[in-house]
Design a binder for this molecule. Structure first.
Ligand code: NDP
Length: 226
């Protein structure tokens, strides 16, 4: 039987590519997005509306998916701040980024826990960022987007706590850094084609084992320091 993956933020960028590659590989794909793709979804890809910042939207999605086994959940949807920099930081904008990048993945994972329990060797992949690493984030990156960095650091903690809480269900959690990827977010100067990043992330997810649950890995398989 085909395995099932759910990808958030699947309308463009990395999420879209992941959905496409999984579908091409024979997976059943549930592609979630804020709006239905203008040109419809590719063959074999099911669209489900999801606004990850809205707990009601998450609950409604979980209700629609009741009883359906889920093998992989990719919490991919993410945003940066409209304006970065300490002086331009706005409290509500900061919290909006955390709602999308941190709270959304946490609530969605909780909401789909029963589906993951029905899956085989279930994995939750939280797409994080090296920008959220306290040890590595500032080494060669002068980004000053406080909300983005904080949201991804907090997502790492959510990954670790979820790894412990979902361990009895056999659900493996990963935080994944996709590299600097050529997408709307990564920009044209990014070094990694989206196809390569998605392919690498799929390999890591496929190789995930319960004993590594809670790990923070880069697209090239390297362990990223917290
Ligand atoms: P893009 O900006 O290209 O795409 C972001 C996706 O997230 C879109 O599909 C967008 O949907 C969706 N999204 C944003 N907000 C919401 C929301 N509130 N509810 C539902 N969906 C939402 O980003 P990337 O593809 O580059 O990034 C994917 C992930 O990878 C993100 O988590 C990002 O932080 C992470 N990452 C990316 C890097 C890069 O270099 N690109 C580097 C490190 C990490 P919509 O079309 O509706 O806006």
């Amino acid at each position: 039987m085909a395995r099932t993956v759910l990808v958030t933020g699947a309308g463009r960028g990395l999420g879209r590519e992941l959905a496409w590659q999984y579908a091409t590989g024979g997976w059943q794909v549930i592609a979630c997005g804020r709006s239905r793709p203008v040109h419809g979804t590719e063959t074999g890809i099911e669209f489900q509306p999801l606004e990850v910042a809205d707990p009601a939207s998450i609950s409604a999605l979980a209700a629609r998916l009741t009883g359906r086994p889920l093998d992989v959940l990719v919490n991919n949807a993410g945003v940066r701040s409209p304006l970065s920099g300490l002086d331009r930081l706005q409290p509500e904008e900061f919290l909006d980024v955390l709602r999308i990048n941190t709270l959304g993945p946490l609530l969605l994972t909780r909401a789909l826990r029963a589906n993951l329990r029905l899956g085989s060797s279930p994995v939750v992949a939280n797409i994080g960022s090296r920008a959220g690493s306290m040890a590595e984030g500032l080494l060669d990156d002068d980004d000053d987007d406080y909300a983005y960095r904080c949201s991804k650091a907090a997502l790492n903690m959510a990954t670790v706590q979820l790894a412990r809480d979902l361990q009895p269900d056999g659900i493996t959690l990963l935080s994944l850094h996709p590299g600097w990827v050529k997408t709307d977010m990564g920009g044209a100067e990014a070094v990694l084609p989206v196809e390569e990043s998605a392919k690498a992330l799929r390999s890591i997810i496929a190789a995930a084992k319960p004993e590594y649950s809670g790990a923070f890995l880069a697209f090239d398989g390297r362990s990223v320091s917290w």
